[in-house]
Design a protein around this ligand. Structure first.
Ligand SMILES: [Zn+2]
Length: 446
């Protein structure tokens, strides 16, 4: 299993749309290259020749009116399906209205903006293509001077590069637009259901992305988000200001910001983001009795600083948000490694089972694995420990769950279960032992 299968959310929509759009784009690239081959003999300078090619690409590789129409009906289908899923099996009726129509049209214009201008609109893509061309010239010389064969060779190489870039770019644009479309659909459905708050849900997202993890579990105001959405829809130029990609900001800063001050309150927050929003109902979702207090006294000034950072991050979150972060560990997995890679052989699970099975009195791997989720599901106590890993030279944050004398350690950045063991001493001394001589900070959540 590859890592991307963790975030399969919505992939079926994107794959379907790509199948319908991509061949047309690739064919247009192909026809520009054929045109270039035909006109090459009229050029002497490579510079003029490539300028001609770029111009052709900019003019011809774009979304056709036929495909734009197709996109509208596909977007509408995806939108309505997503709204139905959002209200689930509640008896709520959510009628399609003018606001929904506007939202779909906006998502469509977003797609058209990027796909429509393609080689012209994306400065980075354009620059990359020009760089590729000049590199070719520097390494291989002017293909025009080498006659038909030289031009053929050049166009072959260039075509291969161009098609890879086109495919990647079209996928990214569709992906981002569909994520925006679906989250807008969810938001409007939540508003129609008169649910005043929604929660960010990153579980199933590419778990190596620390930005999505930092947003996971946060709770936002539905009305405010609707106002932002309507602002963007009526004035698309406001998008970068009112709903920027969060990856533009320093992660540490975002982590310690209260949700109400987040620069963006709705996914996607970067290309290929798989986050979604779900309705949040306070009366049903009782928060844990969160306290946030020091569990192991700091041993140095550095440790005091780490403790302060960790505490500041937690204090920015409301109890229901911390509760959601704790509950996210139910999605933690034994086969995922802290660096985000996937361990299909479950070697950590097997190794830890060997070490702890006897103490825990469990007979099988399955039983051992189940025990970890039992503890995470209904913990008596939860601690957070941030430890400096001398091997990776990075800080790792672990959640430690305790129940009936059993503890579970789950890595928070990658949602990877590390171990389950029997508690044979006071929890405080286990916590001190876990960090060893590394720099660390430990707080008790409840
Ligand atoms: Zn995300």
């Amino acid at each position: 299993m590859a890592e991307y299968e963790w975030d399969a959310e919505g992939n079926e929509f994107i794959d379907e749309l790509l199948k319908k759009i991509l061949p047309d784009f690739l064919q247009k690239v192909e026809s520009v290259l054929a045109e270039a081959f035909r006109f090459a003999p009229y050029f002497i300078s490579f510079n003029d020749f490539t300028r001609f090619i770029m111009q052709e690409l900019e003019q011809k590789v774009r979304l056709s009116p036929k495909h734009k129409e197709m996109l509208y009906s596909e977007f509408r289908r995806i939108y309505e399906k997503t709204q139905k899923e959002t209200v689930g099996d509640t008896p709520l009726r959510i009628d399609f209205n003018m606001a929904d129509e506007r939202t779909i049209n906006y998502a469509l214009s977003l797609t058209d903006f990027y796909l429509g201008k393609f080689f012209q609109g994306d400065k980075k893509l354009r620059l990359d293509v020009v760089k590729w061309l000049s590199k070719y010239y520097l390494e291989q010389g002017n293909p025009i001077g080498k006659g038909q064969e030289g031009i053929k060779h050049f166009l072959n190489e260039f075509g291969g590069y161009l098609k890879r870039r086109t495919e990647g770019k079209v996928r990214q644009i569709i992906d981002t637009s569909v994520n925006h479309l679906r989250n807008s659909a969810r938001l409007r459905a939540i508003a129609k259901a008169r649910i005043t708050k929604y929660r960010w849900d990153a579980v199933g997202d590419r778990l190596t992305c620390p930005y999505c993890r930092a947003m996971d579990g946060r709770v936002f105001d539905t009305g405010e988000a609707i106002r932002t959405l309507e602002l963007i829809e009526s004035d698309p130029a406001s998008l970068p200001e009112v709903k920027p990609f969060l990856t533009r900001f320093p992660l540490d800063k975002l982590k310690s910001l209260p949700s109400s001050q987040m620069p963006s309150k709705m996914p996607p927050i970067h290309p290929h983001c798989r986050c979604r929003i779900v309705s949040f109902i306070e009366e049903i979702e009782e928060p844990y009795p969160v306290v946030v207090e020091t569990a192991v006294p700091p041993r140095s000034l550095e440790e005091t600083a780490i403790l302060q950072e960790l505490t500041t991050e937690l204090k920015a979150l409301r109890p229901e948000e911390i509760t959601a972060r704790i509950k996210a560990h139910l999605g933690s997995d034994w086969r995922r490694n802290p660096d985000g890679t996937f361990d299909a052989k479950a070697s950590r699970l097997k190794a830890e089972f060997e070490k702890h099975a006897k103490d825990l009195n469990v007979q099988s791997l399955k039983e051992y694995e189940q025990l970890s989720y039992e503890v995470i599901r209904k913990p008596e106590h939860v601690f957070i420990q941030r430890v400096f890993n001398p091997q990776t030279k990075k800080y790792e944050t672990n959640y430690i769950f305790v129940k009936n004398g059993v503890y579970v350690i789950s890595n928070d950045e990658s949602l990877a279960i590390q171990t389950v063991g029997r508690l044979k001493e006071e929890i405080e001394s286990l916590l001190s032992k876990l960090s060893g001589s590394s720099l660390s900070a430990t707080v008790k959540l409840f």
